[in-house]
Design a protein around this ligand. Structure first.
Ligand SMILES: NC(=O)c1ccc[n+]([C@@H]2O[C@H](COP(=O)([O-])OP(=O)(O)OC[C@H]3O[C@@H](n4cnc5c(N)ncnc54)[C@H](O)[C@@H]3O)[C@@H](O)[C@H]2O)c1
Length: 345
């Protein structure tokens, strides 16, 4: 087990990597605890939840709404939670995002922790205190920054994770490498393509490194005034793709990264060879990289992207493999890039 973490003005978040999930009770410091999970985890891990006050949500992105947050708060009331209580989210990124928001608004905020159960949530979503839900299917439009007290990463959960979900997690890890760590990028290039069959030792090292990269960025910029924007690499287009297509989050981010890298090349920031390396790494992990043929729905969805300010978009570009920069790009230019990429895919 390795312990790491990060500190923000609001306090410290302890992150335990490769630690048994059953330890969440003691991390909740003896407080009355409600567990928020989904029905998949409840079915697969009954012993972990035995004897606990559990609220199990239907799995999936569709439930990531304010209505679910409201229903969850009503359950908290029924369970007798008050401000001295604790909420633990056990699940993927969807559960963590919903549980973090519900805990943050219930009685103006009760402390919470996460036990992420997907690779994506372990390496990314559970870290950093962005809690939010979708509105009218626009991603994460309602939310707040509030840090979990702890994140407990138990890699054993990954034994039951479907291969497609594994690949989605790979996308966010590749994102962290692409924006901040040439050495992690090279390490990932040397791993076998099929992430679901990675050796435990490799998986632990990669997840830990991914968490450390994100933690470092959050310490520098908790509320996304500058540096943290880099974590949105692939997400401006990814969120639009996720809204309009059949993609899971990680898959949409993968296509979004491939497109953002191509836009970086078009603007003279990276070479075609570097873009090729990124696409190969994503492709080897079984992730999609090809933009759809019709740019119309993506452009429309991008218009609603919350990161858009006036006529410009804060867009994350690569300036090397392991280096990113954020530029304000006129929306019209971005639209042109997207149309071009969809036409020449
Ligand atoms: N807050 C953040 O900083 C942040 C960062 C990245 C992504 N996200 C959000 O995370 C969400 C995506 O998260 P996700 O990819 O974890 O998806 P998810 O939470 O929908 O989980 C994917 C599926 O895997 C199942 N599952 C979870 N753990 C399992 C296990 N151990 N074994 C078998 N099945 C399991 C779930 O029930 C679900 O059906 C998106 O909504 C995205 O916006 C948030």
């Amino acid at each position: 087990m390795k312990t790491t973490g990060y500190a923000t003005p609001a306090g410290r978040c302890e992150i335990h990597v490769n630690a048994p999930a059953a330890g969440f009770g003691s991390l909740a410091a003896g407080r009355k605890t409600a567990v928020v999970t989904d029905t998949t985890i409840r079915r697969l891990y009954p012993r972990l939840l035995a004897g606990r006050d559990v609220v199990a949500l239907p799995p999936g992105e569709r439930g990531k709404t304010l209505a679910t947050v409201e229903a969850l708060c009503a359950k908290f009331l029924k369970l007798g939670l008050d401000r001295s209580s604790f909420v633990v989210g056990i699940g993927g990124g969807v559960v963590c995002d919903i549980a973090g928001l519900a805990a943050s608004v219930f009685m103006r905020g009760v402390p919470f922790g996460f036990v992420p159960t997907t690779l994506l949530a372990q390496a990314d979503a559970a870290i950093g205190g962005k809690n939010g839900v979708n509105l009218d299917r626009y991603k994460n439009v309602v939310g707040l920054f509030n840090q979990p007290r702890f994140v407990l990463v138990d890699l054993d959960f990954l034994k039951t994770l479907p291969a497609r979900e594994f690949r989605c997690g790979a996308a966010e890890i590749i994102k962290h490498a692409s924006i901040a760590s040439p050495s992690l990028f090279e390490t990932l290039e040397k791993l076998p393509g099929e992430w679901a069959s990675l050796k435990r030792r490799d998986l632990e090292a990669v997840v830990l490194r991914s968490i450390e990269i994100k933690a470092g960025i959050i310490e520098a910029d908790e509320k996304e005034a500058g540096e943290r924007r880099k974590l949105n690499f692939g997400h401006t287009l990814g969120h639009a793709l996720e809204r309009v297509g059949r993609f899971r989050h990680g898959e949409a981010v993968s296509v979004g990264m491939a497109m953002a890298a191509a836009i970086s090349e078009a603007r003279g920031l990276v070479s075609g060879q570097e873009v090729g390396r990124l696409k190969r790494l994503l492709g080897r992990a079984g992730l999609p990289v090809r933009p759809p043929s019709d740019p119309g729905p993506i452009v429309e969805a991008m218009r609603k992207d919350k990161k858009r300010r006036g006529r410009d978009v804060h867009f994350v570009l690569l300036s090397g493999l392991g280096r990113a920069e954020v530029r304000e790009i006129p929306f019209r230019d971005l639209e042109e890039h997207v149309r071009d990429l969809c036409q020449h895919r």
